[in-house]
Design a binder for this molecule. Sequence first.
Ligand code: ACO
Length: 323
Amino acid sequence: MKNVKIIATGQYTPDNIVTNFDLEKIVETSDEWIESRTGISKRRISDGEDTSQLAFKAGKNALDKNSILPEDIDLIIVATCSPDYHVPSTACVVQGLLGAHNAVAFDITAACSGLIYGMKIAKQFMMEERYKKALVIGSEVLSRIIDWKDRNTCVLFGDGASAVVLEQTDENIGIKDIDIYSDGAAGMALTCKTRPLRNLCVESDEELDHIQMSGSDIFRFGVKVIAKNVKDVLERNNLTINDIKYIVPHQANTRIIETAARKLKVSSDKFYTNLSEYGNTSAASIGIALNEMMEKNLIQRGDKFIMVGFGGGLSWGYALVEY
Ligand code: ACO
């Protein structure tokens, strides 16, 4: 059985920056409240570009930086909960824009766990000879599904996209352990409905829905997922935390990450965070963090790191990677 390694990462975030001070002008909030409760000071918000465009630019960034030809990509998976089309899939739009005409392309929905879900699915595909290289993208224009009058949610999120290119390898490196989980029974803690049901049988004056969540439930869930999954993956692979260079968590809230670090009795320096710059970009967040780390040379050949995601569904997952 072949291994699967990460050969490239990429990202794209809109240029337009919205600070906490900008939000003070539209809802009753303050920079101090947002910064102290979440760690977020600004986020990128699309001024016109859509999820498929962000996804395309993140994918292209990963391919171009590493001189990978689009026609060599066999599989494109886009994770998003804010697609611009119901049909076609965001992944098919990206395939067309990239000219990746040999790929099969489809979307998945796993909210903030999307990139890890995508990597898991890609790895399973890549057990077959046909799928030698896969492009996994997390892309969100969450600003489309946020209620900009709701201070409980609008301060938390940002728009962005990230990409990871995976390749089959005979080397004993790459994704060493990866798994994903769901708990649909708890799913109502974080929701966003699609269009209201209105048809020849149903008359409805239901408004378009926006992201809603139970902040404290998600907070507790996030802490538990990070702490449990890091502990479990270390045990299962006979590793200690000292064998791990970095933990790359979903970027939802600095306090979630710090509380999980305390539970694990690990310095929060072990966790890479960039929440301050981007807020929570859902499926894109772990990949944006990873790409930044690669660009800063924080990860070298042979280093091990753990990616851990959690989000709507509820869904969660982790990946142990040796680079
Ligand atoms: N500005 C000012 N006050 C606010 C704001 C705001 N933007 N938002 C809420 N408040 C108020 C609340 O109304 C409440 O006021 P009240 O006591 O008069 O009712 C008060 O602040 C305290 O609210 P809490 O919910 O107790 O604040 P908390 O410290 O729990 O922080 C937060 C809220 C930041 C949402 C926190 O619960 C959290 O981070 N939860 C995790 C959720 C998350 O990160 N979701 C992201 C998406 S989900 C995902 O990525 C999986």
